[in-house]
Design a protein around this ligand. Structure first.
Ligand code: AP5
Ligand code: MG
Length: 232
């Protein structure tokens, strides 16, 4: 399955990708996570991207396309869910070109819809594990031990771009540059939209309903982990 998860900052793309990779045999490719990993490694491209990320602007298309093209090529069986890429019409056109040279284009796009006030509440309360990337929230998704990751015990941190003024810039960039992608994929007939303002589990149910339907119409059902262990 070659899939794109669209949605504003804080719509729950990373959270739902965690659920998706637990159920379906696809690789999670998050452009934001890849950029943050590369920043730690101080790669040249990521250093060029740093100031844009910290101010809440989009990184220039040529930088992110090079990074994501490499990540897509590294997926051995071709099954992936893209989270945070593409984010502009030009990136989407580049993605189409990259996939044309490989096995085929994007098959399914999910758009997680959420309002700006909800985004602000979610992002300013988000905490993340710097070691494994696990995502928490100070009110709605607390770790078992305050301030510590459930998986590895590392001290949770706030992303530098989750300060209210930077979140406001990210929302602006989303409305101006990313939202047009909804129409881009609607025209291709592969867009599914869902209300992502609901509880995490409710959103996951809606996501699984769409993806189970997608797999039901295909021969390669074995790539759905749910087929291997029974439904749910
Ligand atoms: P990136 O890391 O992709 O950030 P983003 O798109 O702004 O999205 P987030 O990761 O902030 O939110 P999310 O939708 O993953 O939500 P999450 O599940 O964590 O990008 C960062 C930066 O990198 C960009 O600003 C840009 O500079 C650059 N960049 C990246 N890709 C680029 C590209 N293609 N082009 C150019 N530049 C690019 O959830 C958020 C919080 O809400 C968590 O605390 C979670 O617990 C909570 N939550 C989630 N779902 C729910 C729910 N249903 N109910 C209640 N709480 C919920
Ligand atoms: Mg994310």
């Amino acid at each position: 399955m070659r899939m794109v998860l669209l949605g504003a900052p804080g719509s729950g793309k990373g959270t739902q990708c965690g659920k998706i990779t637990g159920r379906y045999a696809v690789k999670h490719l998050s452009s934001g996570d890849i950029l943050r990993r590369q920043r730690k490694l101080k790669t040249q491209l990521a250093q060029k991207a740093a100031s844009y990320m910290d101010s809440g602007e989009l990184v220039p298309d040529d930088i992110i396309v090079r990074i994501m093209a490499a990540a897509i090529r590294e997926t051995s069986d071709g099954g992936f869910v893209l989270d945070g890429f593409p984010r502009t019409i030009d990136q989407a056109a580049e993605l189409d070109r990259i996939l044309e040279d490989a096995d085929g284009g994007i098959e399914i796009v999910l758009n997680l819809k959420v309002d700006d006030d909800t985004v602000m509440r979610r992002l300013t309360g988000r905490r993340v594990c710097p070691e494994c990337g696990a995502v928490y929230h100070v009110r709605t998704l607390q770790p078992k031990t305050a301030g510590r990751c459930d998986r590895d015990g590392a001290e949770l941190v706030q992303r530098t771009d989750d300060k209210p003024e930077v979140v406001a810039n990210r929302l602006q960039a989303y409305h101006r540059q990313t939202k047009p992608l909804v129409q881009y994929y609607r025209q291709k007939g592969i867009l599914h939209e869902m209300d992502a303002g609901r509880e995490i589990e409710e959103v996951t149910k809606a996501v699984f309903a769409v993806l189970d339907g997608f797999y039901a119409g295909r021969d390669d059902k074995a790539v759905c982990r749910c087929e291997q262990r029974g439904s749910q």
